[in-house]
Design a protein around this ligand. Sequence first.
Ligand code: DHB
Ligand code: FE
Length: 280
Amino acid sequence: MARITAGVATSHVPAIGAALDNGRSAEPYWKPLFAGYEFSKQWVSRQKPDVAVLVYNDHASAFSLDIVPTFAIGCSAAFQPADEGWGPRPVPVVEGHPELASHIAQSVIQQDFDLTIINRMDVDHGLTVPMSLMFGQPERWPIRVIPLAVNVVLFPPPSGRRCFELGKAIRRAVDSFDEDLNVQVWGTGGMSHQLQGPRAGLINKEWDNRWLDRLIDDPDALAQMPHIEYLREAGSEGVELVMWLIMRGALDAKVRTVHRFYHVPASNTAVGHVILENGS
Ligand code: DHB
Ligand code: FE
C-alpha cells in the first residue's frame, strides 16, 4: 500500500529561485539561507520518496482572476515551469503521478471536498522553489509530484480548519492506494510577509516561531485560528500558512521533528522550514 511517511514545509520566496538560477547562493546574503536546507537535501536523498503531494498556491501564473479554484489537483503527467514575467525558471519539467492523483481526487471528492481537477497547468515559484530548496539543481527531479493548488490570493481563502481536514482526507486517500509508494506531503508559502501597502516588509519572528511550535504540537487548536489573526500578525501574505495545515493534517497526531529552520530576511519575507516524520 502507499503510505505517507513525512511532511515537509517551507516558504517559497521567488527571490530564492532567482538566487539559485543566477549562481548567487554562495553570496553572504544568501549563504545562511541555503545552509538551512543542507540537512534537508541529505535527508530527502536518504528517504527516497516516490511522490510528493505538493501543496502550494498559484500566483496568477496558471489561473487568472477569470477562474480561481479554492482547491485544485493536478492530474497530468507533466507540468511545465510557468513564465512569471522573466521567462520560465531553468528547472526540469515536473513529472506528475496521474494514477495516484486521480485516486486522491476520487477519494477526497467522495469525502465531500470539492477539488477542481486540472489536466493541464504550468507551475510557478510556489511549487518550483521548494523543489529547488530540497533537491538543488538536478537534470531531472528525483520525485514525482502531485500539485495541490490552494487559493490564498483572492479572498476568501479556505479556513485553516478546512485545510487541516483536507489533509486528513488526503491521508485516507493515500492509505487506500494499492501500490507500494513512499509519499510525502509538502506545505509551502508563509511565513510572515506582506508585499504591499503601508505595512509592506512586515516580519513577526515571535509569532512565526510560536505558530511553528503549535503546528508541531497542537495543530488541532492552531487550525481554529481565524484569517484575521494571520493578516494582523503575519501580514497579508502570511495567510499562505494555512497550506501548511494540509501537510500537518496528513500526518499522525504526534510527529517527530527531524529539522526546523527559521531565517530572516529573504527578500521581504521570513523563511520557515520544518521536516516532520510519522511513526514516532
Ligand atoms: C514573494 C512572493 C511570494 O509568493 C512569497 O510567498 C514570498 C515573497 C515576493 O515577491 O517577494
Ligand atoms: Fe507566495
